[in-house]
Design a protein around this ligand. Structure first.
Ligand SMILES: [Zn+2]
Length: 892
């Protein structure tokens, strides 16, 4: 699955995990409730489901026949996962069967204890109004033109909300899905469309059959007012399905599908394995994408507007390639339990990058990994948790390991094995375990069998244990011996699951005589390497080409970094130099700003130009802004966008106003115009209010300019914008615009109760984006009136874990602001589980009755809370800015 919404991803190349946040905060997260696979009583062999929908009531009615084969003697009851479904009747092999239900299960009695592998057909008639698993997106009186959509999301354990079924990955079944829907609708499900049949009353039944076994979380049903485009790839039907009205976005979004299928099939030596490949975009999807077997579901946020597609370096390729790669890694071979989920997600992430490499080249993929690396280290919670973990308390935070780090580890594995062995190992893994459930050891063994390379130590340090090396590096050149003494320390704290790493590292040394690369093996806490150099080096690159996931603390002077920025052979080497030049103490060095300006304008790869611009933005000052201005005509719109964004950081430089105004009016790319408008707001240019207000009223593809106008009016902090923002926040306005307007208006006129009241109303609306915007905005507005409604929402159990954690912290903060006292003790703070302890706020109101101990506890709790709030707010701000950026790529 892809937890990143594409709209967010477009801006950060930082693959999925970046996005983890939005998932964490709002979507129905794939929360693995069962970390270990179960012991099975039966093997599910086929599941034939027929669904009917009551759109008015948002209800589903179903009939399912499950063919099962018993796995042990003496079983008396067959258990199906089933949540909130009303079971009307059950037959066993055609005869009425005795059954009972609990809140999690349907239990069917066998007439006599099972013997051997006896088979049964269990027929279940049921109905329900699913809270999860199956979703209705419908028009209503406020949004009468929305297309009607019904779609499912099974991962992790939600198929049971609409089908009583064995619902854990460690079983595979063939399946058939019949969907009876209005005749004008379209449906998509797994496998092959066997046919359609007209029914009375203007209805039609679609019959889909998946003949190769899948795990039940990969079952999908989509139905509604969709349109499709059909094609074929090597004889396999392709379907591109979008909601009515989005037809023009099909081609720009899915332009590379066939080439991706070629690339993956050919490089893996395993042909795309399913009877069709359908890609269906749905509104309000709860994930970025979901790799349902042969029938991927995607968010409509990933659809590319034909008028904007040229503004992004690779469109929706990362999302599309991620989900497609899952058709092999996740669907053809499927993790046996959630503890091994990286076997799905790490591979899908890796193959996004592999696609980039094949399509856009070495520079582009090197840059993606370099950015993923930075991103991974930014979340310190990931460091102590291994990629494979069955500790359920890790699951919420561990996606950054499963996705980003998992992808990185596969990159390192490829380097270790070499291309031929790496792909031979993957081929063997896929073919050996085709149609099976796997654990990490299966991958190890397949690689070893196919290549005779032992990868145990590699897997131990990177997969089963946690962390990554933090290298501290320094060197001294001895002119007498013509040697460099390179001192390398591993400074990560060796404790718990984190150890020392044993990795090969390439060190490149450039002197007046030329450049040479020395392979060294770093394995100890501290060691010194002696390398030949004919003269004092201009540059020493540690881990040339960024082959090791690491942090690098390597003190170099400005001259060496400038040399590396200019002359580094690989993109990561140059990007690292650009980023390190922002270090205080170095950034003021002679020639730094000029060198960054030179790189920002002339580096051959756009990512290095972008990084140089970011460093200039961080350095600040008139010289830096001048250099940035030199780059606002870059040929790549996404580099221009970065340049213009950086200008927004020069808050006291009024001279930037006219140039930004000109760009905001005239740039050929909407994304760049939008960034210029936003920057005008950020520097509080005198004309910003008028320009942003005008942008709100303008029309542009995907409302790019309107959204940035709304957000920018929030940045500007000018309360005159309140009426316009409230107008666009109101019910009935386009939902995207409303979300922007809500976030913006919440930051203004903090005493205005009318705004708080409006936000409280929005919180109760059914529209996902509006609700999310209202939730975040209310929590941050600081009005104590929000406390009670937010607590009500928290206690409703409606929010997933991450959002609850965030919200609990925000509520504690609101309370502390209201009382003028620090937030209450640990019990009220932001533990990931459980509501605040009753009476906890009273405890806060009467602090320190027990003197020092209690005070310490409160202080500790406060510290913890503040730290968590800081992290959350940083992440939130990032997400918001990603959400805010109009649809076009900036940073990819
Ligand atoms: Zn995925």
């Amino acid at each position: 699955m892809n937890r990143t919404s594409v709209r967010q991803r477009r801006y950060l190349t930082l693959a999925i995990c970046t996005l983890v946040l939005s998932v964490l905060l709002f979507s129905v997260i794939a929360r693995a409730d069962e970390p270990y696979a179960r012991s099975k009583d039966y093997d599910l062999q086929n599941v034939k489901t027929h669904l009917w929908f009551d759109v008015e009531q948002k209800k589903v009615r179903g009939e399912v026949t499950e063919t099962i084969s018993m796995l042990r003697d003496g079983t008396e009851k067959i258990k199906f996962d089933s949540v909130d479904l009303t079971i009307h009747n059950v037959t066993l092999d055609g005869k009425d069967a005795k059954f009972s239900t609990t809140d999690r299960e349907l239990i069917v009695s066998l007439p006599s204890p099972s013997k051997g592998s006896e088979r049964h057909d269990v027929f279940i008639r049921y109905e329900g109004q699913p809270k999860k698993g199956l979703y209705f997106v419908l028009p209503d009186k406020n949004y009468p033109n929305r297309p009607k959509e019904i779609w499912t999301q099974g991962e992790a354990e939600d198929t049971r909300y609409y089908i009583p079924i064995y619902d854990y990955p460690n079983d595979r079944t063939t399946s058939e899905m019949l969907l009876t829907v209005p005749a004008a609708w379209l449906t998509v499900s797994n496998g092959k469309l066997l046919g359609t049949k007209d029914e009375p009353d203007g209805m039609k039944t679609w019959d889909w059959k998946q003949s190769d076994p899948l795990s039940t979380y990969l079952i999908s049903a989509v139905a509604g007012e969709f349109v499709e485009k059909k094609d074929t790839w090597r004889g396999t039907p392709l379907r591109f399905v979008v909601p009515r009205g989005d037809e023009s976005k099909i081609d720009p979004t899915f332009v590379n599908t066939k080439q991706m299928l070629d690339t993956f099939s050919d490089r893996l030596g395993v042909r795309y394995p399913w009877a069709q490949y359908a890609q269906t975009s749905v509104n309000d999807f709860v994930e970025g994408g979901m790799e349902n077997t042969s029938a991927t579901t995607l968010t409509t946020d990933g659809l590319q507007n034909p008028r904007l597609v040229s503004e992004s370096p690779s469109g929706s390729d990362s999302l599309d390639s991620h989900e497609m790669a899952h058709q092999w890694f996740g669907d053809l071979v499927t993790c046996k339990d959630w503890g091994n989920l990286w076997l799905n997600e790490g591979f899908a992430t890796y193959f996004e990058h592999f696609w980039t490499e094949q399509k856009y080249g070495e520079d582009a993929v090197g840059y993606e990994f370099w950015r993923d690396q930075t991103q991974w280290f930014r979340n310190p919670r990931l460091f102590n948790v291994p990629i494979v973990t069955h500790d359920i308390s890790d699951s919420l935070e561990n996606s950054g390991n499963i996705y980003n780090k998992g992808g990185w580890v596969l990159k390192m594995l490829r380097t270790k094995l070499g291309d031929q062995n790496f792909f031979a190992g993957l081929h063997s893994y896929l073919e050996t375990h085709r149609g099976q459930n796997v654990v990490t050891a299966d991958l190890q063994k397949s690689i070893e069998q196919a290549t005779a390379m032992n990868v145990d130590q590699f897997f131990q340090q990177w997969i089963y244990r946690a962390g990554a090396p933090n290298y501290n590096v320094s060197y001294a050149y001895d002119d007498a011996t013509h040697q460099i003494k390179l001192a390398v320390k591993q400074t990560q704290k060796v404790e718990g699951m984190v150890g020392l790493f044993d990795m090969p590292v390439d060190v490149e040394i450039a002197t007046s005589a030329g450049r040479k690369t020395y392979p060294i093996e770093v394995s100890k806490a501290e060691e010194t390497f002696t390398l030949a150099a004919d003269s004092a080096p201009f540059m020493v690159v540690f881990d040339k080409g960024d082959k090791v996931l690491k942090t690098l603390d390597f003190k170099r002077d400005a001259a060496a970094l400038i040399y590396q920025l200019k002359n580094g052979e690989t993109v990561p080497d140059r990007a690292e130099a650009a980023a390190t030049l922002a270090t205080p103490g170095i950034r003021d060095g002679s020639g730094v700003v000029a060198a960054l300006g030179e790189a920002a304008q002339h580096d051959p790869f756009w990512g290095v130009r972008s990084e140089s611009l970011r460093t200039l933005g961080r350095i600040g000052g008139a010289d830096a802004s001048k250099q940035i201005l030199g780059a606002v005509n870059d040929e790549k719109p996404w580099v221009r966008e970065v340049a213009v964004q950086q200008l927004g950081m020069f808050k006291d430089d009024a001279s930037l106003g006219p140039k930004l105004t000109e760009i905001g009016a005239n740039d050929t790319a909407y994304s760049v115009r939008a960034a210029a408008l936003r920057s005008l707001g950020q520097i509080k240019a005198p004309n910003a209010f008028d320009l942003l207000s005008a942008a709100v009223k303008s029309d542009s593809p995907d409302d790019t300019l309107r959204d940035v106008g709304l957000r920018g009016l929030g940045d500007l902090g000018d309360d005159r914008a309140v009426p316009l923002l409230l107008q666009w926040a109101a019910l009935g306005q386009p939902l995207d615009s409303r979300a922007s307007a809500i976030s913006a208006v919440a930051t203004l006129d903090k005493k205005n109760k009318e705004i708080t009241q409006a936000l409280l109303l929005y919180l109760k609306e059914p529209y996902r984006d509006v609700k999310r915007a209202a939730l975040f905005s209310l929590a941050r507005r600081g009005d104590p009136e929000a406390i009670a409604p937010l607590e009500e929402m928290l206690n409703s159990g409606e929010l997933p874990g991450g959002a609850s954690t965030f919200l609990r912290a925000q509520i504690a903060m609101l309370k502390s602001q209201a009382s003028g006292k620090p937030p209450a003790g640990e019990k009220t703070a932001v533990g990931p589980t459980g509501p605040p302890a009753p009476g906890a706020q009273n405890a806060a109101a009467q602090p320190s009755a027990n003197a020092v101990g209690a005070q310490d506890a409160t202080l500790d709790a406060l510290k913890k809370l503040q730290q968590q709030m800081t992290e959350m707010n940083a992440r939130l701000a990032k997400i918001e800015s990603q959400l805010a950026t109009p649809k076009a790529a900036t940073e990819k």
